[in-house]
Design a protein around this ligand. Structure first.
Ligand SMILES: [Zn+2]
Length: 307
């Protein structure tokens, strides 16, 4: 991990805006955020790489782009957040004197200024993240039909209802402003293939939304997505059916070795909590198993659905 952070240190600054180009309020529009969580630098590096290529190769931008870093100070400190999770507070009524509330205000101003006279319906938002345990790349969207349709353009599994369990995300805020939004989890924080996943995703988003006119294979001849990921992802849409809540008093420990999206069957032992074995209530796939120190989401169980 250290070498990733060394390269991050070279390019990460306190600067928020990576690219802001508004050429025509009648043209397609995209907002891209990376580093909303400060311990997830690879999305920021990928976004910077794509922007450098856009500029250096003078690729014609035929729409409006806003690309920014969510929490630059947290990124500098290599921490998920300074005081509070910036991706949980977008609808908080009470303002608190915490670092992330000042970040929220800055981002809100930035977005509102950028968005205020945009006239088109073709408005997209992508939010780049990475995961704390090993995972194939995946997409998270709300049950907003337009966002689900948008997510199907990308060759990755899609989980549709995390917003029912997690409040106050930046995506929900932008959906209210008419954006088709999704979060892309490119894989494990420390896995370098994540950079390729993110770059691929950004290019595909720019091309599909007609912000740039280019051939993905030309731009991305060096970007490969593993065959396993593509095969797995084929038409896969999942819904969360179950969440195991962890209270601060309980001693919760996942059984070792579960990978995100791993298939599980009914009655399979998943974790141990206060000396009791926790078994799966039904068949499905495990989603976001908790292997970090803290968190109230022990694990989720997802099942595939048609939409
Ligand atoms: Zn994140």
């Amino acid at each position: 991990m250290e070498d990733i952070w060394q390269s991050v240190d070279k390019i990460i600054s306190e600067k928020r805006i990576l690219l802001k180009q508004k050429i025509d309020v009648d043209k397609p529009t995209i907002i891209i955020c990376a580093g909303l969580h400060g311990n997830e630098p690879l999305g920021v590096i990928a976004l910077k790489r794509v922007i450098s290529k856009l500029i250096n190769q003078e690729i014609k931008i035929n729409g409006n782009i806003l690309a920014f870093v969510g929490n630059p100070s947290a990124l500098k400190k290599k921490k998920r957040f300074i005081d509070i999770d910036l991706n949980r507070i977008w609808f908080d009524k009470e303002r608190k004197d915490l670092h992330e509330f000042s970040q929220l205000d800055e981002i809100k101003n930035l977005i509102e200024n950028f968005d205020k006279d945009i006239k088109v319906d073709n408005k997209f938002f992508i939010d780049l993240h990475t995961t704390s345990s090993k995972s194939i790349p995946f997409i998270v969207v709300s049950k907003n039909k337009a966002s689900i349709d948008y997510s199907k353009k990308f060759p990755f599994p899609v989980v549709v209802n995390l917003d029912q369990f997690i409040d106050g995300t930046l995506i929900s805020f932008l959906e209210l402003k008419g954006y088709k939004g999704l979060a892309f989890e490119g894989g494990f924080h420390e896995d370098k293939s994540v950079l390729q996943h993110h770059e691929y995703f950004i290019w595909k988003a720019l091309i599909d939304s007609k912000i740039i006119e280019a051939d993905l294979s030309y731009i991305n001849s060096s970007l490969t997505i593993s065959r396993r990921e593509i095969l797995f992802a084929k038409d896969d849409l999942f819904e969360i059916k179950y969440r195991h809540n962890v209270t601060s008093q309980s001693s919760f420990k996942m059984m070792p070795g579960y990978e995100n999206f791993q298939q599980i069957s009914k009655s399979q032992a998943l974790a141990v909590e206060n000396g009791n074995e926790i078994i799966s209530p039904f068949d499905g796939r495990i989603f976001l198993p908790l292997y970090q120190q803290n968190g109230s989401d022990g694990f989720f169980i997802i099942q595939s659905i048609n939409y």
